[in-house]
Design a protein around this ligand. Sequence first.
Ligand SMILES: [Mn+2]
Length: 301
Amino acid sequence: MKTYRTLWISDVHLGTKDCQAELLNDFLKHHHAQKLYLVGDIIDGWKMQSGIYWKKEFTRVIRRLLNLSKKGVAIDYITGNHDEFLRRFANNRFDNINLYNRVIHTTADGRKLLVIHGDQFDSVTRCHHWLRFLGNKGHTLLMALNRGYNSLRAKYGHGYWSLASFLKTHLPQAQMYIQEYEQGVAHAAAKQGFDGVVCGHIHHAASKRIGDIDYYNTGDWVESCTALAENADGTIHLINWRTGSSDSLTDGQDNKAEPARPFPQSVAARLSGSAPTPPDLDSNDAAPKNDPKIPALIIPG
Ligand SMILES: [Mn+2]
């Protein structure tokens, strides 16, 4: 059992076939923290509207979380767009779990991090066609293909191979989307005076520096099975429970500082709030302003 000061997980998507609840239960069994942030899309309310899919493992995840909170683990549930039905209840306490739309975390080394699901930043990317394509039917199809392919692989003794992350690293539009999203989030966090940001939403785990901002993305429990962990000294690293690896911000070649790139003027204007549709960052309880028809499970995996 490893003990941390803080753990962050997001994008579990309980209620969907691709949710890796078994791996998450196993992860929660082996990792302990004083504080646990659930950074949105834990329960997939959107998918449930088109029929309930529920497994015992999903109940086990919920029971485990409730048990942790009873045992004194402070749990903050940050709402996401797939569990946006919870947004109207933000700033309330359920059992021992606090519900927020965004929250500020102060690390042991004194950094102020904005913790937010991240769908609020969808408007900063210009790749909306890509978003729409992979958002609903495209994503469902992709994950079905991925499941079929991996069950074949398992049959012949091969390990898990992610079609989604293959596409993500090979399709320039996907790479562009991720980069614009990360830059947009970092830009907005810097504008508001934060030292860093923890988000999820795009199912692409990261722990890196963008300009002056520490950018952390929790990843997901659909494919990557990743979590962020803060040590007693305030350092934060990624844990990959599928591969068993862990990366810290200060080592590993992926963690080199990335310069904050100049923004297209229209995007910069929106982020600074001078245009009519700034990302919803200034209130704890406002509903998301982006088109709810654009699903948020954008870049799978
Ligand atoms: Mn999301």
